[in-house]
Design a protein around this ligand. Structure first.
Ligand code: ATP
Length: 306
């Protein structure tokens, strides 16, 4: 659905994007995660045709954004970081205006408006001026306008920014529902948001992609955790001697059982070898698993890596 190749963009001396490439398949929900100033908004503006890159290409649904801007924009629903809502218009009047601007034929407008209003649960607020709505409801109006034309692709720039916890939960739920019909790329700097909503995360830092993986892959490590029923002689040394093991640490798992974290070389899964060893040695195994890391750990490790 999206094919981004080697995007670069500078604002004067500031290099906002330094060779960004990624691919998003139809139906995915992908989080573009990065700290402030990482290049998320710049990437999204280029994807939606609102900003030209210095170099690189973007294809949406097989169409080049630069040469087919109009067709691409017809396929995209975009919620910018600060949605250009008109405070004096009522919700209803604003959505009608947006339907006209999107060239939705008059005979289809009622259906499309009802669909968007239902999806964003705005029915009770249609006659209120947008300027009088809470931030959460304004965000819903922004989402409603983004989905009016049933876009194949939704691009949402920090959709939960500034919302209270209840509104955040609602907007996340809404995003998941919208994924039934559209591919979704949304940006955030909140780690738990990506964990709550996405299939996959693309982590961008300082204008470069630093990680791009499914959530389960990001969390996986090449370390294993072994918990035994009781103290057993020689475990540490036997584990150290296994192929691919860098080190073995005794750890506490919050109860009385002896436990070890076995640090593996890069990209190895030690569990099968440890399982074999434990069977041969007849160790009283209580638990053996691959060690996981939180997205926060991944993020911090990437941020501090050179
Ligand atoms: P945030 O989470 O704070 O919105 P972001 O990841 O969306 O950040 P961008 O807004 O894309 O990041 O900005 C990337 C870099 O480009 C930053 O250093 C920013 O200061 C700079 N930048 C963005 N827009 C402009 C502009 N119009 N003029 C000059 N510099 C800009």
């Amino acid at each position: 659905m999206i094919e981004v190749v080697d995007l670069t963009k500078s604002y004067g001396p500031v290099q906002a994007l330094r060779g960004v490439s990624f691919h998003i398949a139809r139906g995915e929900i992908v989080g573009l995660l990065g700290p402030n100033g990482a290049g998320k908004t710049t990437t999204m503006k280029i994807l939606t045709g609102y900003l030209q890159p210095d170099s690189g290409t973007v294809e949406v649904d097989g169409l080049d954004v630069l040469t087919h801007a109009r067709q691409v924009q017809a396929r995209i629903g975009y919620l910018p970081e600060t949605a250009p809502l008109y405070p004096e218009l009522t919700v209803q009047a604003y959505l009608r205006l947006m339907a006209d601007m999107r060239h939705i034929p008059p005979e289809e407008q009622l259906d499309r408006l009802s669909e968007a209003i239902y999806a964003t649960m705005l029915a009770d607020h249609l006659t209120r001026p947008i300027g009088q709505l809470s931030k959460g409801y304004r965000q819903r109006v922004g989402l409603a306008q983004a989905i009016l034309h049933r876009p194949k692709l939704l691009i949402l720039d920090e959709p939960t920014l500034g919302l209270d916890p209840t509104q955040i939960v609602e907007v996340r739920r809404l995003i998941r529902r919208l994924a039934d019909q559209s591919t979704i790329l949304f940006s955030t700097h909140i780690l738990s948001e990506v964990e709550a909503v996405c299939d996959r995360a693309i982590i961008i830092m300082n204008g470069q992609i630093r990680a791009d993986a499914r959530m389960s892959e990001l969390a996986a490590t090449s370390n294993a955790v072994l918990v035994l029923q009781n103290e057993t002689a020689g475990v540490d040394q036997a584990l150290q001697a296994l192929n691919g093991v860098r080190d073995v640490e005794s750890i506490s798992v919050g109860d009385a059982y002896p436990a070890y974290r076995i640090l593996g070389e890069r990209d190895v899964n030690l569990c099968p070898a440890i399982y074999d060893l434990a069977r041969r040695q007849d160790w009283p195994v209580r638990e053996l698993r691959q060690d996981r890391r939180t997205l926060e750990t991944v993020f911090n490790q990437l941020a501090t890596a050179t």
